[in-house]
Design a protein around this ligand. Sequence first.
Ligand SMILES: Nc1ncnc2c1ncn2[C@@H]1O[C@H](COP(=O)(O)OP(=O)(O)O)[C@@H](O)[C@H]1O
Ligand SMILES: [Mg+2]
Length: 618
Amino acid sequence: MQQIEERDYTQRFSLTLWKKLLRYAREYYKDLVRLMLVMGVTAACDVVFPLLTSYAIDHFVPNLDRPGGTEGLPLFIAVYVLVLAVQVISIYRFLYLGGKIEVGVCYTIRKQAFRKLQELPFSYYDRMPVGYLMSRMTSDTQRLGETIGWSLLDLAWGAVMIVASSVTMFLLNWKITLIVLLVVPPLALVSWVFQQKILRAYRTVRKTNSRITGAFNEGIMGAKTTKTLVLEDKNAVEFTELTHEMKRSSVRAASLSAAFLPIVVALGSVATAYALWKGGQEVLIGGMTLGVLQVFINYTVQFFEPIRNIAGVFSEMQSAQAAAERVVTLLETEPDIVDTPEVEAEYGDNFHPKKENWPALRGDVEFRHVDFRYKEGEQVLTDFNLKINAGETVALVGPTGAGKSTVVNLICRFYEPTKGEILIDGVNYKERSQLWLQSSLGYVLQEPRLFSGTVRDNIRYGRLDASDEEVERAAQLVNAERFILKMKKGYDTDVGEGGSRLSTGEKQLISFARAILADPRIFVLDEATSSVDTQTEQIIQQAIQKVLSGRTSFIIAHRLSTVRTADRILVIDGGRIQEMGTHQELIRKKGAYYKLYTNQFREESTMDVLGKAEETPA
Ligand SMILES: Nc1ncnc2c1ncn2[C@@H]1O[C@H](COP(=O)(O)OP(=O)(O)O)[C@@H](O)[C@H]1O
Ligand SMILES: [Mg+2]
């Protein structure tokens, strides 16, 4: 599988990106506002506590011995307990709200991304490896939920703390406060610089880590090849280099983190020391009370915490920005194949089809001057023309890479022509909705896809309202029942994730049954019987003939013996129709088909002879 290198996201903090993302968190705006408020209350309590202590120091402590010196103490205690209670409640609320937002945002983004992935056409999945999409859907969305839930919380707390404690200090003693605040710019600068460095170091760690995982993957998946090619040494050297790199960057990241905290604490201590020194002098000459001095010391000690927090939040957001960007890109991907607004208005979209407006599909298919390429510069079809009447069975044969699958992909509208048009029942299929075509389409591909669930579920995907009898009849028709009943639970056997417990041949039979159950007007079989044995293939063949009568069908088969009865056989090579006709006509013509057929016939009979020879007991 192709690997997508983790991109470098070095750009600065991007406000537009976060705004876009916040739009996806729309449902949680109210909770976010509540969260900010609750955080403000929590921070305000943090600011109030030193003031209360100061009051106690100045009013109760010196007068303890005097009569009536503790007057008002019960009220004081009551106020203290009240503030404490408010803070406890607000802490409880912010933990609850933060968690709710984290989980909720993650859920909303996942839901939207999932919906988007459902809309995106086949071609999107050509470009994006499944592993890449999986991590977008899981770890990136998780990350964003955390960031939006908790970073904003830190931000609100830090802002309120800084503003409230500075203002309070100003009111108490503006001269000392001015000097103390001088330490803020260097503190902010150091925090910012360090967070950036730490961030970068951890990014390197992550990147190296994903390369190591990739190397593991290759090492394990390709172990056999490596062994036969004797590449162990080369692989080991590369791997060692990678792990060294990992160690270096991890140590760097750890050292940076270790150095950061002491530096911040030291800077904070300078401020505290200054406040203690100047404040102490003031206390001695009676310009300041002990309680106020205590407030200063408390605030200056606490001060660096929110600054560090805010610097941390910005780094966190910057590092989550990569995740944000990847997710937003996914959410904003415009599908290449879209129904025009007019089409949608008439026939409905994928989620709200207007079936009452759908014309019945007969099954005439026509290619008119169709050009097609998957990638710029690699033309696959050029001026391809073909007219098929409803009910015809058409076989496509030709070498690998000839363009057979491409032709049927275009018919299914998994891709659209880059030039020219494809007409279904005489109308360009772009003038009808995708769903209209696809709900009349049955296809069985070489690599059939099953879903987790039972055999019965998987067949029923063809038509969700089918009865058990109908499901079983479909299975019987393609001769799948034989192997299904051999399994322990028959139709109720679990097929495993993606059908992993079944062989490819069995999966093909089940997708066959599924396609038949759907009762489509157009049938596409792309090497659908390539993994079943010849005998089963013949049985399916007879079944196909029964089911296909009256439907337009396209059959791509490797074994030519299975396409003999087609109404028309197209020999395709290099994206062109080389020959066209019935089996008899093409054999008589003694051209490309004749050659293919006789070659294969000879091979097959040789194989048969060999096979028989092996079976003969010695
Ligand atoms: N998803 C794709 N992306 C890019 N190129 C493709 C893709 N699928 C097929 N091709 C190319 O298009 C050409 C025709 O392929 P295809 O239609 O699959 O041939 P066939 O089914 O006859 O073996 C080949 O050159 C192939 O490499
Ligand atoms: Mg193919």
